[in-house]
Design a binder for this molecule. Structure first.
Ligand SMILES: NC(=O)c1ccc[n+]([C@@H]2O[C@H](COP(=O)([O-])OP(=O)(O)OC[C@H]3O[C@@H](n4cnc5c(N)ncnc54)[C@H](OP(=O)(O)O)[C@@H]3O)[C@@H](O)[C@H]2O)c1
Length: 327
């Protein structure tokens, strides 16, 4: 029998609205509370999504006895402190991507979760989508042979606004942490941690990364080429090439439904994967399943893997001599 889980959202911004809508599609989820630093935003959010409790500070949500799991939906720079405060208040946590600004913060978060014996996961929701299950199955069955090469890009041209969370260094802006993390997570899912990293970089006038191309090398000459940009539209495609064929994920690959399987024997077919219109539901169900089973993490997006990705992002920023002002 599954339990009913009561969620609380911290940070009433854009992504939080999508998350709140996803709650309606998960039968054992209840959206109990929302907290925002802005009391009107908290009240409006609660009204819009029919949430019983709203608070104008995060601490009240953490200490609420009516919340079981906290969803951290603030800007990247607050992920670490919000997550640690929630865990220390004995709440399970699903934290938006990237888990934190750097690996040191991620380690502190993981340690706090382990000390409190509570669930923690980075909200890498795309990994839980049905299309990704199919991709993993195709690879596991050996249909495309051994994966050798990955190309993935995620570039969106955002209007230049130095105060926005994408361009503002104080909010840990930049393409890598916001967009590139999806490409890195796909590379990590396929090949693990790279042995060698090379990259190119272009910075914004606000001194965050506008655009980077990275090449990861793995054992046996396997390679991933990734492109992330906040100043340029890219195709938003991914291509996995194996020894016997390839899988192309159509735009927008991170949350798409269509892929083409092409084999060396000449066959080629495009598939459409049935997917809930709000793709966040799959990660929420995965969180519930893990907690129901007494687990403190999800195997599909483990804490060790989140940490490895954060360490790779640190290594890239180190190549670019790029630190945030608060680091
Ligand atoms: N999974 C996805 O598909 C997806 C999509 C978009 C974003 N995200 C992630 O979700 C997180 C939030 O992104 P978002 O687009 O929702 O951000 P957002 O709407 O700009 O801001 C989210 C919240 O962060 C706080 N915040 C924003 N700017 C601030 C500032 N200047 N000073 C202090 N607090 C500030 C506010 O919290 P209060 O309401 O408490 O004031 C705001 O409501 C990011 O880490 C991002 O990577 C994920």
């Amino acid at each position: 029998m599954s339990n009913m889980y009561r969620w609380g959202i911290v940070g009433a911004g854009r992504v939080a609205h999508k998350f709140a809508e996803a709650m309606n599609h998960v039968k054992d989820a209840k959206l109990q509370a929302v907290a925002s630093t802005n009391s009107k935003r908290a009240g409006d959010f609660a009204k819009k999504h029919s949430i019983p409790d709203h608070f104008d500070n995060y601490g009240q949500l953490y200490s609420s006895g009516k919340v079981d799991i906290v969803y951290v939906a603030t800007t990247h720079n607050f992920h670490c402190s919000s997550t640690i405060d929630a865990l220390n208040a004995r709440k399970h946590v699903l934290c938006e991507k990237p888990m934190a600004v750097n690996a040191s913060q991620v380690r502190q978060m993981i340690n706090t979760a382990r000390t409190n014996d509570l669930f923690l996961m980075e909200a890498m929701w795309t990994r839980f989508l049905p299309i990704m299950h199919e991709v993993r199955n195709i690879i596991k069955k050996g249909t495309i042979g051994l994966p050798q090469f990955l190309y993935a890009d995620f570039g969106i041209r955002f209007n230049y606004d130095p105060q926005s969370r994408l361009y503002n260094p104080a909010l840990a802006g930049g393409a890598l942490l916001d967009l590139g993390v999806y490409c890195l997570a796909l590379a990590s899912m396929l090949f693990g941690r790279p042995n060698n990293i090379s990259s190119t970089i272009k910075m914004t006038d606000t001194d965050v990364d506008a655009r980077s191309t990275v090449i990861f090398e793995y054992d046996n000459a396997k390679v991933a080429v990734l492109l992330q940009a906040l100043d340029m539209e890219t195709p938003k495609e991914a291509l996995i090439v194996g020894t016997e064929g390839s899988i192309k994920l159509h735009p927008i690959w991170m949350w798409g439904t269509d892929y083409t399987l092409k084999l060396n024997n000449g066959t080629e077919k495009t598939y459409k994967v049935d997917t809930n219109e709000n793709g966040f539901v799959y990660q929420i169900m995965a969180v519930h399943k893990a907690i129901n089973e007494g687990k403190t993490q999800c195997e599909l997006m483990s804490l060790d893997e989140t940490l490895a990705i954060a360490e790779t992002m640190d290594a890239l920023r180190s190549q670019w001599n790029f630190k945030y002002p608060f680091e």
